[in-house]
Design a protein around this ligand. Sequence first.
Ligand code: FES
Length: 356
Amino acid sequence: MQLTEKRKSPLSSLATAVLDPYAANFWLQKVNPLWSVNQSLGKIVKKEQTAKDVVSLTLQVNKKFQMGAAGQHHPVYVNIQGVRYERTYSLTQLDAQHVLLTVKKVDQGKVSTWLVEQAKLGDTLEFGAPYGDMQLPAQTQPLILLAAGSGITPMYSFIQNLVQSGRLGGTSIHLLYWVKTFADAAFKAQFEAWAEQFPNFTLQVFYTQEPSLKHSRLNAEHLQDLANKDQSTVFACGPSGFTTQVEQLFTQAAVVKTEAFSMTPVLGDDVGLVQVTLTKSKKIVTIPKGKSILESLEQQNIKPKYGCRMGICHKCVCNKAEGSTKNLVDSVQNSEPNNQLKICVNSAQTDLIIDL
Ligand code: FES
């Protein structure tokens, strides 16, 4: 018997590629890395350092890319040594084909370290659909923008959008920005140029660890000179302690929207272990109190679905049938049965039963 090798004809390869988006993308991207039948992709065309450990990547995006509103977040997918990671970043639209992705390297942060240190011109990143309700009001109204550290990126996006749409001159906008040292302030020259050009846009930068200044963290004194406080829409982004302080200080403001990118440190009484019953996967695991339920489950090799890991995207939400939890961003406790639970930003206070 004679064995003959059966080769696929070019037509049948094409047919396979047409039916299989992975194959189609593989061949398309041999020609152009931004071509894809279904992926939203961006190619890095510029990389610049905007502050200490912070880079801004300018990306040329393809036709599948769906730009969110200024202030919203996008899932960003990167492949590092063959492993695909998802993180969440706020993007700034520069023009119809270009967006700006600003990233600060965080301790132990695999993706942020890769983006800051290794990503290079020509590399492509994949994006998911935008989400988040931190968005500019449709009508022009006074704004107070408060940012700490990396929380400046959605604020930059807001102001860039207001400049592009010709709305920055139309109302009072105050930006208050806290960083540790001079080297940590991103986009400062650009903000100063806008403040020069638009008299109703003001900027104050506070340096909490700069030896010659040692400005204080956000407190009531910072609000004294702000005009239109009660009529303003207030946006704040920073660590959880910062956003909690904003909510306490601006109880009279017309609208307050905050987003935290870190969680409150574990308190002394949040120690010990609890049992979590996972009804769908029929498992019972023991996890520590006071720690993100998502992280604790991952450490037990259980991989629940997640997206932003910051309580914004809702991808990790599951039903909590029983038990008490504490939100790690605002410390609010919840003991109600049958409640929607974001496992990324909640810790267990008692034994739990969750539908995972
Ligand atoms: S992973 Fe986004 S809300 Fe939990």
